[in-house]
Each structure stands twice: as C-alpha cells, then as structure tokens.
Design a protein around this ligand. Structure first.
Ligand SMILES: NC(=O)C1=CN([C@@H]2O[C@H](COP(=O)(O)OP(=O)(O)OC[C@H]3O[C@@H](n4cnc5c(N)ncnc54)[C@H](OP(=O)(O)O)[C@@H]3O)[C@@H](O)[C@H]2O)[C@@H](O)CC1
Ligand SMILES: Nc1ncnc2c1ncn2[C@@H]1O[C@H](COP(=O)(O)OP(=O)(O)OP(=O)(O)O)[C@@H](O)[C@H]1O
Length: 326
C-alpha cells in the first residue's frame, strides 16, 4: 500500500502541473522499480529496528553518532546531518570539524557536541578517544577539500577499517574516494551516498551490480540519490532496489545532509537489532523514504520557499507517522 500511496501522490502532482515533464516521465519509469510487497517488507523491517523507548535506557543507548565535516565555507552541512540524526532519535551527536567552523556550528545548536580537530596536525590523536564510543560515523558533509584535512580523513578511514567502526561516506568524502578508492574498497559495512554527479565521478556509467562489485568489493552498499533513490546491495541480496519517487521538485541544498544524518541513526539501530540480517539495506530504505516524505510535507507548507531547515522540522511528525511503535 505505501507504494501505491506514493504513486497516487505522484499522480496528484502530475495532475496539478506541479512537476516538470521530464520528472513526469522519470516517475512513470521508476515507479515500476519496487513492488508493493518489497516496499512493505522493507518498511516493516525498518519499523522493527526502531528501539522501544523505555525508562531503563540510559543516555547514548539509542545512538551515539559522529559527523566528520565542517569547514570555513560549509557549516550548514554538518549541522543539518547532526541535527537530523538527533531528530530521528539518536541520543548524542559529536561533530568533528575544522577549527574555523566550530564556534559557528555550536552557535546553531547547543544539542551538538563539537570538536574543532579536523585541521589539527594531531587530529587522529584527538579524535581517537571518542571514536570507540560512537556507533556510526558520517564522513563528508561540509568537509571541504583542503589537502591537510583530507589526509586526516584518510587516516581516520584507515582507523575505522582496523577498528570496525561503521562509516557512511557522503559529499567531500566521496571526492576523497575519487582520489583513492582503496580507502573504501571492501570497507566492511560502509555505505556510500553519492548524488547523481558524485556517482558518475566515482563509477562512470557503471550500473550493473557485477561491474560495481569489481570496484567496491563485497562489503560496501551504495545509495545513489535522485528522483528515485537506488540502493545497490552487493553484500547479501545482490539486487538493486529502486525506492519509489517522492518528495517535490524543490531542490534546495542540504537534503543529502538530512538523509545522511537520518541514515546514521537508522543504521545504528539496524546494526543493533539481532533479527535484522541486512542492516545497511534497511537503513538506506528508511532514510530515503523519510527524506522524501519530509520534502513533500515541507513543500506542502512552504512551496518554492522550502529550505532544508523546514524539512528537518518535519522529521518528528514524519517519523511518528511512518516508523513509530504504538
Ligand atoms: N549549507 C551548507 O553548508 C551546504 C553545504 N554543502 C556542502 O558543499 C560541499 C560541496 O558539495 P556540492 O555537492 O555542492 O559540490 P560538488 O561535488 O562540487 O558538486 C557541485 C557540482 O556538481 C553538479 N551537481 C550537483 N548536484 C548534482 C545533481 N544532483 N545532478 C547533476 N549535477 C549536480 C553541479 O553542477 P552545475 O549545476 O554547476 O552544472 C556543480 O557543478 C560539500 O561539502 C557539501 O556537503 C551541501 O551539502 C549543501 C548545503
Ligand atoms: N530530481 C529529484 N526529484 C526528487 N527528489 C530528488 C531528486 N534528486 C534528489 N532527490 C532527493 O533529494 C535528497 C538528496 O539528494 P541530492 O541529490 O539533493 O543530494 P546531495 O546533492 O548530496 O544534497 P546536498 O544538497 O545535501 O549536497 C534525496 O532524498 C533524494 O531522493
């Protein structure tokens, strides 16, 4: 049913002339991508990984997430990712950013714990004591492309490979991978979240799972963002999952940051859920539909003026409607 609902909504947008002709054509093509039963199964599994809120839980047990990013130019991206992780339900978020970004990010929100370490020559030493406490790291939002920072991030990824910390690689971390893909190849449990252009920079025109597996190895999941998000699962099912199109045609910046933060929290929960056999797949699906619903709902209220902050505001309502236990 949820698939049908999304398709109906797409139909409404088409009828009201609120999406362009090329989007209409893509929506028709992509809506054939995932059957109702696959959608229903993934939604059930996503709901099942959400931890019940019980009074015996202590702070941190519902998720300690790290966001690695934030530079002098980009302070919004790590904020969007971090606050979205918290709004989905993580307990604690640590942001590891450049010195110049730290005060700015702190001033956006007292809920974020901010470490100004990323451009420090002792960055790894300073981060290490926190890393083992974190469940999932999102690496990339607002990172920038400074050589010294990227070197520190490369060292961080080597540390994660060694210690088994699960990472989501987004934005400028994907640029780092275009320089050295060995940092992510076969990185156990890693999730890559490229947009259309990042996907092309990393993988060219490669769309077949077999060809993709040659590049990424057998332990990495790719979520390619677009009108219909595609989840390339080479780890277990060897399938591509096409999330039905949703949301609006409003493409304000930061939506990918919202998605990566939400993904971190769902991933943390899915990894912690003993019954879930494919945590990365379920988390990608959940974050994808949550982001699309937030966009749709914010667009309903704000239209062309919709901003990422408006979408983040929708997270609690959307989460409650689609994922909460009652
Ligand atoms: N408020 C903040 O702090 C925000 C900060 N952010 C941070 O900014 C940093 C740089 O990220 P980025 O994606 O802008 O940079 P980059 O890889 O150079 O790509 C730009 C080029 O790619 C193209 N292009 C982009 N998307 C495309 C698509 N879907 N489909 C097709 N083409 C597409 C586009 O092409 P053009 O339109 O110019 O022809 C453009 O030339 C990163 O750290 C990120 O986290 C953002 O998160 C937003 C909010
Ligand atoms: N053409 C589109 N129509 C509808 N939704 C889209 C479209 N392209 C991307 N999205 C959705 O927007 C969200 C973010 O994807 P996007 O491609 O904008 O990422 P991004 O470029 O990394 O974002 P950011 O602005 O944070 O850097 C995803 O949920 C994706 O499904």
């Amino acid at each position: 049913m949820p698939f049908a609902v999304l398709s109906k909504r797409a139909g409404f947008l088409l009828a009201s002339g609120r999406v362009s002709r090329s989007i209409q054509a893509m929506a028709r093509r992509n809506s054939a991508g995932m059957s109702d039963s696959v959608y229903g199964d993934l939604l059930e599994r996503a709901r099942a990984v959400v931890p019940r809120l019980e009074t015996n839980l202590h702070k941190g047990q519902a998720g300690r997430i790290g966001i690695v990013g934030g530079s002098v130019e980009y302070t919004g991206a790590p904020y969007f990712a971090g606050i979205s992780a918290l709004r989905v339900g993580a307990d604690l978020v640590h942001v590891f950013c450049c010195q110049s970004a730290a005060m700015v990010i702190k001033s956006y929100s007292p809920d974020l714990i901010v470490h100004p370490v990323l451009d420090d020559h002792c960055a790894m030493e300073k981060m290490e004591k926190w890393l083992d406490r974190l469940h999932v790291l999102v690496v990339g939002p607002g990172l920038g492309r400074e050589h010294a920072v990227l070197e520190n991030v490369a060292a961080l990824l080597k540390h994660c490979r060694h210690s088994g910390i699960k990472v989501i690689l987004d934005a400028d971390a994907l640029h780092l991978l275009t320089l050295d893909f060995s940092l992510a190849r076969d990185l156990s449990g890693a999730i890559l979240t490229p947009n259309a252009v990042e996907y092309r920079r990393l993988f060219g025109e490669t769309k077949s799972l077999n060809d993709l597996r040659e590049i990424i190895g057998k332990e990495v999941t790719v979520l390619e963002k677009g009108l219909s998000d595609k989840i390339y699962d080479v780890t277990l099912t060897n399938q591509v999952y096409y999330v039905p199109p949703g949301g609006s045609a409003r493409r304000c910046g930061g939506q990918g940051d919202l998605l990566s933060g939400a993904l971190a929290t769902f991933y943390c929960w899915a990894l912690n859920c003993k019954q879930e056999t494919n945590p990365a797949l379920v988390a990608c699906f959940a974050a994808s539909i949550l982001t699309k619903h937030c966009n749709e709902e914010a667009f309903r209220e704000k239209g062309r003026g919709t901003l990422c902050c408006d979408m983040i505001e929708q997270i609690p309502k959307i989460f409650r409607k689609h994922f909460e236990h009652f």
